[in-house]
Design a protein around this ligand. Structure first.
Ligand SMILES: [Zn+2]
Length: 303
């Protein structure tokens, strides 16, 4: 049984995975631990409880993490994580659980999960984009997960889309993530509609619901988001053409308010040779399991 772990900014999810299926799952908070060692202790504790309740044994562990360096097995300078230093989490968990442990970038892990088990099965070239708190992406090129020298290739979220635009979490201006993410969508809505009624709740679900009902500012918010995303994706296609683009994460699941205009703008901005040649689809995996299944699949990656 493989343990897949998806480290998030607030919550970390664990799943026992066998044959590409989640057999059991649990979660712990990422925040609130005294230090990284205490967090690793809590992860190991949760892993042992999963083993116990499922009467099974974990034989290897795969972790997907923000700014995960696949080669070093470390979380490196992650801007949204509670630690201000690199955390060699693969070695820390391997030592606690006495099994081999692999750590990779979370967006790359999700791409691997979608490729092996989801909407990207059978594709030789695939782009997987995670739309959530940030914007992550991973690439399958020529039938291999693209890693690059730091194990994090494919940072589409930090491609500059608007010169001298909005401030990004990376410290630069105009990155795609500052526009196409939960934070970006909320900011766009705020710029269009200073009325904060829809901004009281976290996330973007209520803005999406207002858009679905025809609220002008909310519709315009998703139109602009779709436009920015379409330009970013068209640029990505020019650089490394995939056969398909898979979107997942909470924002993607808002359906036609985003996908409708996205498909139109995307087709308009594609290089001529790619027009009509690739589709944009939603993740085929339940509950955004791409990240967990992909984390588990990192353990079998030959590189
Ligand atoms: Zn950035």
């Amino acid at each position: 049984m493989i343990l897949g772990i998806d480290i998030g900014g607030t919550t970390s999810k664990l799943a026992l995975v066998e044959g590409g299926h989640v057999m059991a799952r649990s979660r712990i908070p990422t925040v609130g631990h005294a230090d990284a060692d205490a967090f690793a202790d809590a992860l190991a504790q949760a892993a042992r409880e999963l083993e116990h309740s499922s009467a099974t044994r974990i034989t290897s562990i795969g972790i997907g993490a923000p700014n995960g360096d696949h080669h070093a097995g470390s979380i490196v300078q992650a801007p949204n994580m509670p630690w201000d230093h690199d955390v060699p989490l693969a070695a820390m968990l391997a030592q606690r659980m006495a099994v081999p442990c692999t750590l990779g970038n979370d967006a790359n892990a999700a791409a691997l999960g979608e490729w092996r088990y989801g909407a990207g099965q059978g594709m030789r070239d695939l782009l997987v984009v995670t739309l959530g708190t940030g914007l992550g992406s991973g690439l399958i090129v020529d039938g291999r997960l693209l890693l690059g020298p730091f194990g994090n290739a494919g940072e589409l979220g930090h491609v500059i889309l608007v010169p001298e635009g909005r401030l990004c979490t990376c410290g630069r201006r105009g990155c795609m993530e500052a526009y196409v993410s939960i934070r970006g969508i909320r900011q766009t809505y705020q710029e269009l509609a200073p009325d904060p009624a829809l901004l009281k709740e976290d996330g973007v679900l209520n803005i999406a619901q207002a858009a679905a009902k025809g609220d002008g500012h909310a519709v315009e918010t998703f139109e602009r988001t779709a436009y920015w995303l379409a330009i970013g994706l068209a640029n990505a296609v020019a650089l490394v053409p995939p056969q398909r683009i898979v979107l997942f994460g909470g924002i993607a699941r808002n359906g036609d308010v985003l996908l409708g205009p996205l498909r139109t703008y995307f087709e308009q901005h594609l290089l001529n040779i790619h027009k009509g040649a690739l589709d944009i689809v939603l993740s085929a995996l339940p509950e955004d399991d791409a990240a967990l299944l992909g984390a588990a699949a990192l353990t079998t990656l030959n590189s």
